[in-house]
Design a protein around this ligand. Structure first.
Ligand code: ADP
Ligand code: MG
Length: 612
């Protein structure tokens, strides 16, 4: 045994918790530790291959880039050896003692959020290296960095909160992970069991993978093969391997071209949108390769920000191998790839929607936010992207979606604008006063429910030269009416109501739009919808965002007729009714910020009513 001094370390508190969970977990698929350790070995080899492009000073240069797994049922161990980059002392402490990396971090965050003990999340996220403690009594990591002067080190832990690092002997580059199995997990020293597991998870490792000396994979890159020769199963398997996930991709796009840029592209849309599930902003999952050499696993600028939900591979032989990642990210070549791939992907989505609107609808329900973000922020692709937008509409049932194109084709003679209405729920919108007119005229209105939808509508402004207008706006083309046609009596009523309401209302008018409601509030600020105002107010507190509201009243409604006589009889009480009428209109329009404030007045009205 070595006489070198042994350094003792404590795991970071978060790691200790994580390991506790992992060790005590009843999680049934403990076998995923194999996938995790193989994928670490593969990552280490990818890194070395990349370094080899530029750095000629590599220790043990002649060692093959491969992964060796050996089992010993006698010792009850399974060992993973790679000739990759290895780790320095500092890296050992950081990488295998803290939660610095993204995978276990999101596992951890999901656990904190969900308040669960994490068992059922292990499979969803993978917990990286620490998953070995699901099966191990102890784990030993023997490693030597690729630099000529690197140390040979041994890391050891029994999963009991501490690990130790000792200087070792030996001279091979890379990392060997020896997992000493527990009594109840001995099966993982059986080569037949391991072979099946490797076939299941690690068939796509791009380096020779050997089990007890025998290679068990082909290392052909899937994305370079011809489409017709790849089965759905292979695609799915590659996707899961690449993303460390268990789901089935909902879409895939595989194409290649030689001119003007050489590229082989394989993209996947996952089953679920992790951001929507609350796991924070995801990193781009499309890796950049050049002739099968991984250049960058998560390159910036290869695709637009909004496309960050995509997974897959872009391989371009035009990428110079000796370029630094930073220079590469800003290169004109990457810009060209970005533009070509994005256009192609948007076309692909258009086609998918045409082929199977229902599954596109499902995609849109989960990933629509990214499309909207693209429309709002990606100037280059806005035109193309807006064709991908979908909306609920007053003419369709709940959940049925229409595009702008669908809307245009359903427009009647003389309609020159596209109408939409923003609200928290379909029912509110359908029953609200703003729909009365559109329903009576059989004009379609798009329903939108999220602030970003309003933002998208205002950003677009128009579609095919048709103005996009909020249905609660005073100046909609179809409902022009002049106040002049009101009678003297009506004018006097409006004037008086305006006096009662004062500053709060821009003006009060007789309406020809209302059918059932006594009154309704409209937005008379042509520059901004009411919803946008609320957003602005939240962004810059204190900014003067007083609503410019028009109250329109329905002269045919009994309440308005009664108001005329009530005003004569008891002006003070009539004024209270006007106030309440106005608040009701604000509430129905979704303009009211603090509905609680009207409870006192309602009680006063009830008091009067109940007095008989
Ligand atoms: P991840 O692979 O997602 O980064 P892991 O927990 O699997 O997380 O591994 C943590 C880190 O430990 C890796 O990022 C890597 O830096 C280092 N590491 C693990 N295994 C190896 C290995 N075989 N060779 C070199 N470094 C490794
Ligand atoms: Mg890993």
């Amino acid at each position: 045994m070595t006489k070198e001094k042994t350094e003792k370390h404590e795991f970071q508190a978060e790691v200790r918790r994580l390991m506790d969970i992992v060790i005590n977990s009843l999680y049934t698929d403990k076998e995923i530790f194999i996938r995790e350790l193989v994928s670490n070995a593969s990552d280490a080899l990818e890194k070395l291959r990349y370094i080899q492009l530029t750095d000629k000073e590599i220790y043990d240069e002649a060692l093959p880039l491969e992964i060796e797994i050996s089992t010993s049922s006698e010792d009850s161990t399974i060992t993973f050896t790679d000739y990759g980059v290895g780790m320095s002392r500092k890296e050992l402490v950081e990488n295998l003692g803290t939660i610095a990396r993204s995978g276990s971090r999101s596992f951890f965050e999901a656990m904190e959020k969900g308040g669960t003990e994490g068992g059922d999340l292990i499979g969803q996220f993978g917990v990286g290296f620490y998953s070995s403690f699901m099966v191990a009594d102890s784990v030993e990591v023997v490693t030597r960095g690729y630099r000529k002067n690197s140390e040979h080190l041994i890391w050891r832990s029994g999963g009991d909160g501490v690990f130790e690092i000792t200087k070792g002997k030996g001279h091979r580059r890379g990392t060997k992970v020896v997992v000493s199995l527990r009594e109840d997990t001995k099966e993982y020293s059986d080569p037949d069991v391991i072979r099946d597991i490797l076939r299941k998870y690690s068939a796509f490792v791009p380096f020779p993978l050997k089990l007890n000396g025998k290679q068990i994979n082909t290392t052909e890159a899937v994305w370079l093969r011809s489409k017709s020769e790849i089965t759905d199963q292979e695609y799915g398997g590659f996707y899961r391997f690449q993303t460390n996930s268990f789901d089935e991709p909902r879409y895939r796009l595989h194409f290649s071209s030689e001119a003007p840029i050489d590229m082989n592209v394989l993209l996947f849309v996952p089953e679920d949108n992790m951001e929507r599930l609350g796991f924070g902003r995801v990193d781009s999952g499309v890796s950049l390769y050049s002739r099968r050499v991984l250049i960058d696993a998560s390159p910036k600028n290869l695709l637009p920000e909004w496309a960050r939900f995509l997974k897959g591979v872009v391989d371009s032989a035009d990428i110079p191998l000796n370029i630094s990642r930073e220079t590469m990210q800003d290169s004109s070549l990457v810009k060209k790839l970005n533009s070509a791939i994005t256009k192609r992907f948007i076309k692909f989505l258009e086609q998918s929607s045409a082929d199977d609107p229902q599954s596109y609808g499902d995609f849109y329900g989960k990933f629509g936010f990214f499309i909207k973000e693209g429309v709002a922020s990606d100037f280059e692709h806005r035109e193309q992207l807006r064709g991908l937008l979908r909306f609920e509409s007053s003419r369709r049932g709940e959940g049925e979606l229409v595009s702008f194109e669908d809307y245009l084709s359903g427009m009647g003679e003389g309609q020159e604008e596209i109408y939409y209405l923003f609200g928290s729920a379909r029912e509110t919108l359908e029953n609200g006063p703003h729909m009365e007119f559109f329903r009576s005229e059989d004009i379609e209105v798009l329903f939108i429910y999220e602030p970003i939808d309003e933002f998208v509508m205002s950003t677009l402004g128009e579609y095919e030269e048709k103005k996009i207008v909020s249905a609660d706006s005073v100046d909609i083309g179809v409902a022009d009416r002049d106040a002049e046609s009101s009678s003297e009596e009506e004018k006097s009523l409006c004037g008086w109501m305006k006096e009662v309401l004062g500053e709060r209302v821009g003006d009060v008018r007789m309406s020809r739009r209302l059918v059932e409601s006594p009154a309704a509030a409209f937005n008379s600020d042509s520059t901004m919808t009411q919803g946008m105002k609320r957003i602005m107010k939240n962004i810059s507190a204190g900014a003067d965002m007083r609503s410019v509201v028009r109250l329109e009243i329905n002269g045919d409604h009994a309440l308005i007729k009664n108001l005329v006589s009530m005003r004569e009889k008891d002006g003070e009480f009539a004024a209270i009714i006007v106030e309440q009428l106005f608040d009701n209109a604000l509430l129905a329009a979704g303009y009211m910020e603090n509905p609680g404030s009207m409870v006192g007045r309602i009680n006063r009205l009830l008091e009067r009513l109940s007095s008989g």
